[in-house]
Design a protein around this ligand. Sequence first.
Ligand code: NOJ
Ligand code: CA
Length: 710
Amino acid sequence: MKIISLCLCALMMPLLLVAQQVKSPNGNVVVSFSLVDNGVPTYQVSYKGKPVIKQSRLGLELTPSNNDGIKPEDTNLMNGFKVSNTETSSFKEVWKPVWGETSSILNHYNEMAVSLTQEHPNRTIIVRFRVYNDGMGLRYEFPRQSNLGYFIIKDEHTQFAMAGDHTAWWLPGDYDTQEYETVTSKLSEIRSKMKAAVTDNTSQTTFSETGVQTSLQMKSSDGLYINLHEAACVNYPTMHLNLDDKNMVFESWLTPDAQGNKAYMQAPRTTPWRTLIVSDDARDMLSSNLILNLNEPCQYDDTSWIKPVKYCGVWWEMIVGRKSWSYTDEFPAVEIGVTDFSKAKPNGRHGATTAEVKRYIDFAAKNGLDQVLVEGWNIGWEDWFGHSKFKVFDFQTPYPDFDIKALNEYAHSKGVKLMMHHETSASVMNYERYMEDAYKLMNKYGYNSVKSGYVGNIIPRGEHHYGQVMNNHYLHAVTEAAKHKIMVNAHEATRPTGLCRTYPNLIGNESARGTEYEAFGGSNPDHTVILPFTRLQGGPMDYTPGIFETQLKNWSSNQSYVHTTLAGQLALYLVMYSPLQMAADLPEHYEKYNDAFQFIKDVAVDWDDSKYIEAEPGDYITVARKAKGTDNWFIGGKCDENGHKAVIKLDFLDKGKTYECTIYSDAADADYEKNPKAYSIIRKQVKRGDVLKINEARGGGFGVSLLVKK
Ligand code: NOJ
Ligand code: CA
């Protein structure tokens, strides 16, 4: 259904004076647009009559450019506008994601597109608003026109004026990393807490004492949950938010390129959507599909090759420090095509050996896991990091002790696939040079997924992980992979903005502190009850859960520990939604706790339905999900350092069916610090309407499987 009604020119003059409004289908969200003062575009948003975004300015500033015909006096797209046209319409459809939390998604909004025209020079931009029951998106559009063809955006000045000093769950704004611990504070406290929040990272560029990243989750003192992010960030830099903390006004802050410019544009073009999700119920923030809905439909005709993946891998032992990615310690430096690895002495710690990979393949086959990730299989790891080296890897040449042909054949004979690893060391031009051959090699041996990575400062030097050039690169890697029927899971790339709807072979990203940080000193116990409100708004995270030996010193010299209980790790397969889930611990650790591992074996990675049962940012999340194509349900509950008592009414189960219910929960004396591995497993039969009450320990959680009794 698509209804378009045009407000004709005759109506235009009065429209200049009054605000123009567009409401959500249920009327709860109201967006008003008006021009003020000297033709400055502004908008405001309310939810159930409460102000959410107070009157806020819209606009952009251009870089003068002789080549593009933009004179210094023509750089302002901030004021001097008149409304030259307004169009409103409604849209309602149900679409089916290739994978997801639910098998179908309602996309229902009312839209208003306001054309704004300046006279000297004559230029028109459009501000388009889409208003949903759970929020809204707005973007700038630049139609084809003679006075605005090519142009460079110096700054985008989209403001988000907050209605109060909200509580915020924020990360320091940074052009290169999101791998920070979330800070929970009032908006007015961001400035004083910023310095301590900026912990060391391999590549980082902060920009302001009040600059934060999106997705930014907030809560007002009267109980409104407010989330700011962006959708469909294509051919544009990633947006941060800078806070004017006297007035509680955020303004967009785009990631610059090496010259300080933000975005190179050619009309017709649009910016990404700037998104607001709002509700008085925290669960709505998690079930919102607003960001996916603001992305374009799937671009691929055939998606039959895109499959959710449960995997294990030769990985955690390297992260913890017991094994190495590199093959030898003999060379202080290596050169692709010159260094002869066949004569090098192995260091004895290399993880990706043929024998070790076989052991993982056997483990995956025995336990029904789809894939085995192998890192450190290819030459170049001896000096891959810290030297701003251009030609680091060729993504094609295995170390002498990794038999790529035999291992793939062995895996395939057991119904398992290997997962490719492309660490680029952020040398992006080098990666693009080899990309086609690297994907061809994957096709040759039967790999269908790649984990890529961008550790370190970007080459070309001066560019940032979240700039326009890099955002184009990440998408290029995904669309080129699609030509080879390859799925992509990119680490250290920009944080997602829902592009997985359009390009569903983007099955995962990192772009936040993953489980690896539990080996680098740990993440706070509330980390995974914040991420679903923030990082996961734009798309799934390859969080790599499932660590059972939470005290790393029990089996390595690493003194860190995982800041959850063992049962809490099980919860992450539900709470941290992803079509790509790792069983990240070592096979021998799973064998030791085989009864708890049963949950990881059973849990699905693709869903027909999801019900958020309880949620509060930073405190707890409880979610039930129905496994795709079955009548089976799984429930996960995770909490912070304070523990939680989950109450789950099983009113979503099918009437008349009996379910075999297995509850994997924290034992009464469990505690993420003192007694992390104390868990209990209870089995019983349940039916619709029954209630489960489950205690979660400090830093704990639980997993429940509900399998229909045949
Ligand atoms: C960082 C990634 O997050 C991690 O998973 C990977 O093992 C290393 N880079 C090496 O590529
Ligand atoms: Ca990382």
